[in-house]
Ligand binder design. Structure first.
Ligand code: ADP
Length: 518
């Protein structure tokens, strides 16, 4: 069972598939080359064999063989003319006479005019003498052509021993009466076939050896190429939730694998940051919840052990209720924020007059601002329509305004300005308050973040550090942008730009982004 699984894994593995790819490629390549060479060699050898027979034919017709009509019988007879003492001439004639056959136009073999021998060699008899009927047909067809053909054709024949012969047949005319006679000469193809066979044997030996070598080389090279991938996988396996600080070392090869490692490391970095944020968040949440709970417990215990009058109990209960209010405020805010960030809180966009929204909110804030002796001003155009979620936009402006009023000292100014830009609305909330030092600015949109050194002890006026997280989410959900400019001791300016005409489907889900920062 496990062997079967191992085999299946091996077959599916990249190494096996790469090697199989190489192998198939080599088989096709080498097989193709061999077939091409073999085909070309065969045609060259065929041509050479034909050339040789043609040369013999030309020599024979050029004078070695003459067919003369016997004056007595009237039958054609063959005469071979050559100098028997000349080794070249006698070799040529003997070569021609090895495979030859001469017949009259009726297919009857003719005889030598001097020796009376039948003009057919034993080799020719072995491959089979042409039937007279066939010869008659061939001679008639050749003579019927205009002008008459002297070449009847080429063919290959095999003797009983399996030796192939190339045969050329044609017409030779008798000297006196110009009667057509049938002549066939040929050569054994053994030397040509043996060359061809030798090459085939070489291929048969070399190609499988080359294939096996290629296979081994492919297996080895694929293994080498994949080794770093396995190392990356091993290194990745060592990384777990508890040691996210580990990184896979790059190989300094600046190749695709290094790019993969780099991308992987960056992903781990982001994961680590998210893990860190989550840890921080749960620590913050428990801290935020524990503080009021401890306070409630303390107040109730003190009341239980020391309170003497109803008045004392009453005071303790009022204090406890205030802390419970704060607790439920935190829980509500957290619930809302997590719904927003997980995409469960859908925007309900409608056409809203932002001028009216800003005017109303500024009006509502006049009383708390006056209580703090802060001048609150609004600069709004007569109308500024936008497709937004009214409730969320009100929440956003309320958060910014309450911060501005809270962090601006007596006699300071808070100014809200609304402007209609091309395709967007710009809301600026500016104050002359305490400002935020540069090093804290990147964190102010984080959940539970409060700028240190401003009396972070819990109390009824103490913020939760969640207001700006909401602002950031609302801006993002509306595809807007938020910028903050702040000078400590001089004031802070938040600038928000929201696209106005992009009405989405009511109830469209927001992208679930763990946006702790903007
Ligand atoms: P909180 O509910 O505590 O106000 P926020 O998320 O709204 O939390 O703000 C985060 C921190 O940013 C605040 O604790 C405060 O220190 C700082 N902050 C926000 N707005 C202003 C402002 N207008 N002027 C100065 N500091 C500000």
């Amino acid at each position: 069972m496990s062997r079967g699984r191992n085999l299946r894994r091996l077959l599916r593995g990249l190494r096996f598939r790469l090697t199989a790819g190489y192998f198939i490629f080599f088989v096709v390549l080498l097989g193709g080359i061999a077939a091409l060479f073999q085909g070309r060699l065969t045609s060259i050898l065929d041509q050479q064999a034909q050339d040789l027979v043609n040369q013999q034919w030309a020599a024979m017709k050029g004078g070695y063989l003459r067919i003369e009509d016997n004056p007595q019988t009237g039958k054609p007879e063959a005469f071979w003319y050559y100098d028997a003492d000349d080794p070249d001439e006698s070799r040529t004639v003997l070569t021609i006479q090895r495979v030859y056959f001469v017949a009259d136009s009726n297919g009857n073999v003719i005889h030598d005019g001097k020796t009376g021998e039948e003009q057919v060699s034993s080799d020719y008899e072995d491959i089979g003498v042409d039937p007279p009927a066939q010869i008659r047909r061939d001679v008639r067809a050749a003579m019927a052509a205009v002008p008459p053909k002297t070449l009847i054709g080429w063919r290959t024949r095999r003797n009983k021993a399996g030796v192939h012969y190339l045969i050329r047949s044609g017409i030779v005319f008798s000297e006196q009466r110009h009667r057509p006679c049938y002549v066939a000469i040929g050569i054994p193809l053994t030397p040509y076939e043996s060359i061809s066979r030798q090459f085939a044997l070489i291929y048969a030996g070399v190609i499988p050896a080359a294939l096996i070598l290629g296979l081994l080389l492919g297996w080895f090279m694929a293994g080498r190429a994949l080794e770093p991938v396995l190392e990356v996988a091993k290194a990745a396996q060592r990384i777990s939730g508890s040691n996210l600080s580990l990184r896979i070392p790059t190989r300094q090869a600046d190749d695709e694998l290094d790019y993969l490692i780099l991308t992987f490391n960056r992903m781990i970095e982001r994961l680590e940051a998210s893990f860190q944020q989550m840890k921080q968040f749960s620590a913050d949440v428990s801290h935020e919840l524990r503080t009021p709970i401890t306070a409630i417990r303390g107040q109730l215990e003190v009341a239980l052990f020391t309170a003497k009058t109803t008045e004392h109990y009453r005071d303790a209960i009022v204090d406890a209720l205030q802390d419970i209010d704060r607790l439920s405020q935190i829980v509500r805010a957290l619930l809302l924020l997590s719904q927003a960030e997980s995409g469960q809180l859908a925007l309900q966009k409608t056409r809203v007059d932002l001028s009216e929204v800003v005017r109303d909110l500024v009006e509502q804030f006049q009383i708390p601002a006056e209580a703090e002796r802060v001048h609150l001003l609004a600069e709004v155009p007569a109308e500024c329509a936008a497709d937004v979620d009214r409730v969320q936009i009100e929440r956003m402006i309320t958060n910014l305004l309450s911060n501005a009023v809270k962090f601006t000292p007596e006699g300071g100014h808070v100014r809200v300005r609304l402007r209609a830009l091309a395709g967007a609305a710009e809301i600026v909330v500016q104050d002359t308050g305490s400002g935020i030092a540069k090093e804290y600015l990147p964190h102010i949109f984080d959940r539970f973040y409060r700028v240190p050194g401003r009396g972070t002890a819990p109390g009824p006026d103490q913020g939760l550090g969640l207001g700006l997280s909401f602002v950031a989410w609302i801006v993002k959900a509306h595809d807007g942008t938020i910028e903050v400019d702040s000078t400590p001791g001089k004031g802070t300016r938040f600038t928000i730009r929201l696209p106005v005409g992009t009405e989405k489907q009511p109830g469209a889900e927001m992208a679930a982004q763990p946006a702790m920062n903007v």
